[in-house]
Design a protein around this ligand. Structure first.
Ligand SMILES: Nc1ncnc2c1ncn2[C@@H]1O[C@H](COP(=O)(O)OP(=O)(O)OP(=O)(O)O)[C@@H](O)[C@H]1O
Ligand SMILES: [Mg+2]
Length: 240
């Protein structure tokens, strides 16, 4: 398979503290890859290192054939890697439409982006209905859709999702995950999905990595990882 993201021996942390210990992973074009881990395992740190928000202290990150290690977040977004951060970070006072426009800020072809918005409105009809509503008045599931749609407007080839299920009721989680799967199926987008919701994530992922205290402890197809029964057998958290 055509590899879109190839990470080798990534080491990263905060100041003197090393959080990620020589992580290697690969993501093929069009794949959904899940990164599973408990609180504090290093999931968000990994995503932040990939998008240039934290500078790795060792290792190599190749994205779409380019070495992007040490690039700025703006350069990485332009290359096509976009993060939907944990907790969504939408602008609650701004309208849905204004939030979406901000997603296109890094693009030179903003007119094209606005045309794409119409296409995305078909995938996210609730956002079309509520386009003039203040984003802070949307429900949690709607806000997650807004955060995803805003990220799509930067025209990514790789979308990184940091715990999209966080704070959502189970039935809403199902809806959001269904939408993520549809997005991949209909647009060919490649997705890295960071989650603690193991069962939901494995339902839509092709492959998965298990992250525990900054190290990958298992890797395989979703079927193989599902057999480990992680939720029953403990994800391997802070005190592993
Ligand atoms: N800005 C920071 N400065 C110092 N240490 C940090 C910082 N952010 C995270 N850490 C530490 O790095 C480790 C990994 O944190 P990280 O946020 O990556 O975990 P996570 O897997 O995303 O957890 P969660 O599921 O709770 O979001 C933790 O021990 C955390 O305390
Ligand atoms: Mg996190």
């Amino acid at each position: 398979m055509d590899t879109l993201l190839d990470v080798r021996g990534l080491v990263a942390g905060y100041g003197p503290i090393t959080v990620l210990h020589e992580l290697s992973l690969h993501v093929g074009r069009g794949e959904i890859v899940a990164i599973l881990g408990a609180n504090g395992a290093g999931k968000s740190t990994l995503l932040q290192a990939l998008v240039g928000m934290i500078r790795p202290t060792a290792g190599a990150v190749a994205f779409d054939g380019h070495d992007v290690n040490g690039n700025s977040p703006e350069q990485i977004v332009r290359r096509g890697m976009t993060l939907v951060p944990e907790g969504r970070r939408i602008f609650s006072k701004l309208s849905v439409m204004e939030n979406l426009r901000m997603g296109a800020y890094s693009r030179r072809d903003r007119a094209v982006a606005l045309e794409q918005m119409d296409r995305y409105f078909e995938l996210f009809p609730v956002l079309a209905d509520r386009r003039n509503q203040a984003a802070g008045t949307l429900s949690g599931g709607e806000q997650q859709q807004l955060a995803i749609c805003r990220a799509l407007l930067s025209n990514p080839s790789l979308l990184l999702l940091d715990e999209p299920s966080l704070g959502l009721a189970p039935v809403i989680v199902d809806k959001v995950f269904e939408l993520i799967a549809t997005l991949r199926d209909e647009t060919g987008l490649t997705i890295v999905l960071v989650e603690q919701s193991v069962v939901d994530a494995l339902e839509i992922a092709d492959r998965a990595y298990v992250l525990s205290n900054g190290r990958f402890t298992a890797e395989g197809t979703s079927e193989q990882i599902a057999e480990l029964d992680l939720e029953a057998n403990y994800l391997g958290g802070d005190n592993a």
